[in-house]
Design a protein around this ligand. Structure first.
Ligand code: MTE
Ligand code: HPA
Ligand code: MOS
Length: 769
């Protein structure tokens, strides 16, 4: 089935925040963000701004009617700065004016002085100073100390990954409309309506039942709106509450890029040991996460880095340590993969380093160490593995060995172009790692005309979850999809939702829809049994008809619905689902945190232009573990999008802050994102359909995040292509692999060449500005 939004999307009729008709009396907000990254506030002067045309009010922390705090995991993030700012762009004041233009013009008239404080942008420096947001975390399996002695080969190194701008097409924003008796209705571009509701309640001082957060859809979230929609909603809500007028703020792109956090950059060290047979015996990574100035979701992201630090491999001795480092950058946040990709990059780098030193293809080591069913992850859960099945099907089905020979022949015959190939296995755990978040509810109404309205906690952000929810209801009732409408996501209808995240939205909310619909169906069947004088167990509904055994009756769906209503039996249900089995103990760092894992393997081919350093991705071909896909069209879309987003992170996208903590890549002129030319010339997707039972909805495994990590293969394929041209080059593991870095590596003749560090580029920029 097609995505139910496709028609209104292409016709431009889909409604986003900015499409909501503006109510008369609406004020427009704009945040004044700190111009410096760290300092004590002095002399905030609003007088000139207040005198600007159209300005109605400028709010500061003094106007906050509730608690001036929006930190979710750690209370370290004020809504509006009080005496201290800790990142560039941190909101200090909120201007309300009659028009958007007037609000933005007034911002420019605000003046403020600061006593400067030291600015830290490097996570290693923060760690050395003891500036950690939460305690260091360590996952352990076996005993690495003993294991090093058994290793025939031990390698150490460093691997860095940069941040990534979410670049959702729809920027952050909110629209708050006052209701009677201090109530508030909020439209928010958020993945987490309840997160917004909580932040608004806390900062405004209202009870949660006073606040309806209503979300129709987002123009993309990618994790950026899991927590970071809260700020803008809380600001609009506060202003609407204080001024008793509707308040809207949709950030412009530059504001959004400058003020919101991104994927966490990580700097990591690794030590890896292999035996003579190339089995990985021990692995010791240390992760320095650049969390930014406040916790936001960083502690949870950090945890997932540890969960995925061995990717698809079984390693018997692991000691993995992770530091959540506070720096003076905007708080970094969730981004597709949620720390998993950063962890996986490091193990792939470690394997590549070993392979280089041993003069073999990394795939030899990868293949020898894939996990198998029953193998233990460092966090205690046992694998139910499809790693080998995906790998073998990739190598066989895509004729990887033939391709490798063809590439070797091409490289032998060509000087100006070189090709590279890499394999990238992925193993990603499905469930929120915070066990209690794995719950969802659905509210289903069957109306007397036979139409069905479904509300859940799921937020549609382009990933197609509404289509999947509709499929669940239509399938359980056996009715035409046209009869079902997925309603907006509202905290008045569905309470205490988890954000739409962790790829688990369809699983959690779909199961709740399934339970609600099944309950209603059972009532319908009971009525049919009475009306048809039949045994209830013999009643089924198929294609909108009631059957007794194999016999089709003249009771239609609609007639049965009316008969049920006539008997005064409820046609509505509110159901709850909580994932069974899962648990995790953060003290022992052991448990069974994931409902299941998603596996896959990609083979990636690239060609580099050895004169220019430019490159193309020729192919990304994957075998992906879908379980039993309930919507192959949507799932394919998720895989294609994830791959391209992963390629962007690994090759092009450079988030650059200078030493003063200012974002220099602050617009699309200075921040390169993948365009059509970055899309692989071929994306092939082969379905590994498995029969095993799992906890996914209709056994259709979650698909939102795992494909992003196939993009990591492009990095390593580029590396291999460079080495085909310049075999002695030492290429640091420092993603993204931009064309500049490719060019430098191609002609680098120093054996211990170091990369052109971001710091260096940033310093130059700072000097020139
Ligand atoms: N796909 C689109 N089109 N837009 C998005 O914002 N977010 C991704 C992924 N795919 C996203 C997307 C992220 S970060 C997650 S966690 C999942 O979708 C969330 O949706 P799901 O749980 O329904 O897979
Ligand atoms: N994934 C995504 N988002 C989350 C998670 C997670 O595991 N935990 C809390 N928010
Ligand atoms: Mo996705 S990073 O879990 O929103």
């Amino acid at each position: 089935m097609k995505n139910i939004d496709s028609r209104t999307h292409v016709r431009g009729e889909s409604v986003y925040l900015d499409d909501i008709p503006v109510i008369r009396g609406t004020l427009f907000g704009a945040a004044f963000g700190s111009p410096v990254a760290h300092g004590s506030l002095k002399n905030l002067d609003l007088t000139a701004a207040e005198a600007m045309p159209g300005v109605v009010r400028i709010l500061t922390y003094k106007d906050v009617t509730g608690e001036n705090q929006i930190g979710g995991i750690v209370p370290d993030e004020p809504l509006l700065a009080e005496h201290h700012v800790h990142y560039c762009g941190m909101p200090i004041a909120f201007v309300l004016a009659e028009t958007d233009e007037e609000a933005h013009a007034a911002i420019k008239k605000i003046t403020v002085d600061f006593d400067p404080l030291p600015i830290i942008t490097d996570p290693r420096e923060a760690q050395a100073r003891g500036d950690l947001i939460v305690r260091a975390r360590t996952f352990r399996l076996g005993d690495v100390t003993d294991a090093w002695a058994q290793c025939a080969h031990v390698f150490e190194g460093r691997a860095d990954t940069n941040g990534q701008e979410h670049l959702y097409i729809e920027t952050q924003g909110a629209y708050a409309v006052p209701q009677e008796n201090n109530g508030l209705k909020l439209y928010s571009s958020t993945q987490g309506p309840t997160a917004v509701q909580r932040a608004v309640a806390r900062s405004s001082g209202l009870a949660m039942h006073q606040i309806d957060v209503d979300v129709t859809r987002l123009g993309g979230g990618f994790g950026g709106k899991e927590d970071q929609a809260n700020m803008w909603a809380a600001l609009c809500a506060l202003a609407a509450h204080v001024l008793k007028r509707p308040v809207k703020y949709a950030l412009n792109r530059i504001e959004d890029m400058a003020m919101t956090g991104k994927r966490h950059p990580y700097s990591s060290d690794f030590k890896i040991g292999l035996d003579a047979d190339l089995k990985i015996v021990a692995y010791e990574p240390t992760f320095y996460q650049n969390a930014g100035a406040a916790a936001d979701l960083s502690p949870a992201v950090l945890e997932r880095t540890l969960f995925h630090c061995t990717n698809s491999y079984y390693i018997p001795n692991v000691l993995a340590t992770a530091y959540c480092c506070r720096t003076n950058l905007p708080p970094n946040t969730a981004f597709r993969g949620f720390g998993g990709p950063q962890g996986m990059f490091v193990i792939e780098a470690a394997i590549a380093k070993a392979a280089d030193a041993l003069g073999i293809d990394a795939a030899v080591i990868q293949a020898k160490n894939l996990n198998q069913t029953g193998d233990e992850f460092p966090y205690g859960q046992k694998a139910e593995s499809e790693a080998r099945a995906c790998w073998d099907k990739t190598v066989g089905g895509y004729e990887v060995n033939t391709r490798r020979n063809e590439i070797a022949a091409f490289n032998a015959a060509n000087v100006l172009y070189k090709k590279g190939l890499a394999l990238m296995p992925v193993c990603f755990g499905i469930s929120f790692t915070n066990t209690r978040m794995n719950q969802a509810r659905a509210l289903v109404h069957v109306y007397t005309d036979g139409s069905v309205g479904v509300s859940t906690g799921a937020v549609e952000m382009g990933q197609g979850v509404n289509t999947k929810m509709l499929q669940v209801a239509a399938q359980v009732f056996s009715i035409q999809p046209e009869r079902v409408k997925i309603q907006s996501t509202s905290t008045y209808r569905i309470a205490n939702t988890s954000p739409s995240a962790a790829s688990a939205t369809a699983d959690l909310n779909g199961r709740a829809v399934q339970i609600a619909c099944t309950d209603i169906l059972n009532r319908l069947k009971a009525v049919a049994a009475i009306e048809l004088h039949a045994d209830e167990a013999a009643i089924t509904l198929k294609d909108e008809r009631v059957y007794v055994g194999d016999e089709c009756t003249d009771y239609t769906w609609q007639r049965l619905v009316l008969a049920t209503y006539g008997r005064r039996i409820s046609l509505s249900e509110h159901a709850h689902y909580a994932t069974p089995v899962i648990q995790f103990d953060p003290v022992t760092e052991k448990g069974h945190p994931f409902a299941y894992h998603v596996y896959g393997t990609a083979v990636v081919e690239v060609t580099i232009d050895c004169v220019r350093g430019t490159y193309e991705t020729d192919a990304v071909k994957v075998v992906h573990d879908f379980g039993a896909s309930m919507n192959p069209l949507i799932d394919r879309g998720q895989i294609e999008g994830g791959i391209v987003q992963g390629i962007g992170w690994m090759t092009l996208e450079e988030v650059i802050y200078d030493k003063t903590g200012r974002l220099r890549s602050n617009a699309l002129s200075t921040y390169k994102v993948p365009d059509i030319y970055s899309v692989p010339k071929e994306i092939a997707i082969d379905f590994l359909e498995t029969q095993a039972d799992n906890l996914a909805i209709f056994r259709s495994k979650a698909v939102g995040e795992p494909p992003l990590m196939y993009g990591i293969g492009v990095y390593f394929a580029l590396r291999n292509a460079i080495r085909a041209f310049n075999p002695s080059v030492v290429i640091p593991f420092d993603a993204p692999m931009t064309p500049e870095k490719v060019l430098l590596a191609l002609y680098d003749t120093t054996p211990t060449a170091s990369p052109v560090a971001h710091d260096k580029i940033a310093d130059d920029l700072a000097v020139n500005s």
